[in-house]
Design a protein around this ligand. Sequence first.
Ligand code: NAD
Length: 427
Amino acid sequence: MSKPTMTMNAFVIAIKQFDEAAKILKLTENQVAMIKEPRRMTEVSLPVRMDDGSIRIFKGYRCQHSIARGPAKGGIRFHPNVTADEVRALAFWMTYKCAVVGVPFGGGKGGVVVDPRELSTNELERLARRYIAEMADLFGPDMDVPAPDVGTNAQIMAWMMDTYSMHYKNFLPAAITGKPLNLCGSEGRKKSTSQGLVYCVREMIQHEHVGKDLKNAKVAIQGFGNVGSYAGEILNRMGASIVAISDADGGFYNEKGINMKTALEYVEKSPTKTLKDFEKVCKVGKYDDQMKVLEEEVDILIPAALEAQITQENADRIKAKVIAEGANGPTTPEADEILYQKGVHIIPDILANAGGVTVSYLEWVQNRMGYYWDEETVNRDLERIMVKAFHDVMSTAKEYRVKMRTAAFIVAIERVRSVAEIRGLYA
Ligand code: NAD
């Protein structure tokens, strides 16, 4: 995957998106000052004892961008390319993502510079526990609530929740979301981001008469982790044909469609938990460069890997009619403009992938009540929230004659701004 260059720096992208919407809203300098900058950025060194007895220091971050509308909320990423700016950008997007779907949270994000695949399970556990222990005073159900992101999962959230609970000698499940189901997790959480994304795709296709219904639509997916794989599975079940998929270990295509159940089972069983060597067991072609998945002749493209994948270099070659951004920040502003001019309908990240934080909110609510809902109830709420958010953004895009991304920021900024103003400045 191409590493973002300075011109594609995620924080620069985030600020550009904000400024575009703020200009249309004619925000004053004071209004911008109240809501644009991250509230707190913490950087820590995390010493971890490795299995061979040596001690390795990992760099860790937590950014709380905003707590205007509620506790900071956002995942923790374990990835070798994590930087302070990336964490800031992701925290920023969380503030506006929570506002777009109307869940009562602010925005936060965390990250550790590490390739989790190089660590043993025990090393990973020690790193996860140290991360929370080091910043325990920052977190809490009413302060800042982490969740999984790239490179972290429900097991890691369980270790983190345990560390936090033991630190305060209490049982505090609402401090972390995305936990395993049998440890106060929520039904529907595992697939929530993908399910939310599919609700948006369905609404977009119905609304914009993209020329196809979901049945028989052709789909390409970049990234076959939590978001990409389940989005493929749900769309496949709804009759869509997934003709191209990729992950860090390769890209694969079959114009007749790739069976998602087979692909998911393959990843589950593979020692690397990736699509490596998938072409050896399944009737698929393998791209010489997995970035080509983005350029397939499809109706729907789902970038669900990392940021800055669709750039001014490849935007012109993209043939999809709809792009649903599973990943955060997969499209650079330059590419965004090219695609807008081409008439491509982009469902922006802060809307398209908000299903995860929406069900995180429902998990947090259940943890605080101590009463748990079934999957049907959770998905009904998720659908209601996502469909409303989609139409709030769509009608704003029409009202202001702007792209959906700008419209999503207009909706979200208005919600954050109005709350920040009502609250005013403390001291
Ligand atoms: P994940 O770690 O489960 O999966 C990431 C996938 O991207 C993996 O399959 C990985 O192999 C793949 N990838 C890495 N390099 C690649 C490359 N060069 N080409 C193709 N694929 C490549 O992470 P995830 O949770 O699925 O998150 C993916 C994106 O979605 C991230 O941007 C994340 O911030 C965003 N997101 C995730 C959630 C969630 O609930 N998990 C919610 C909102 C947004």
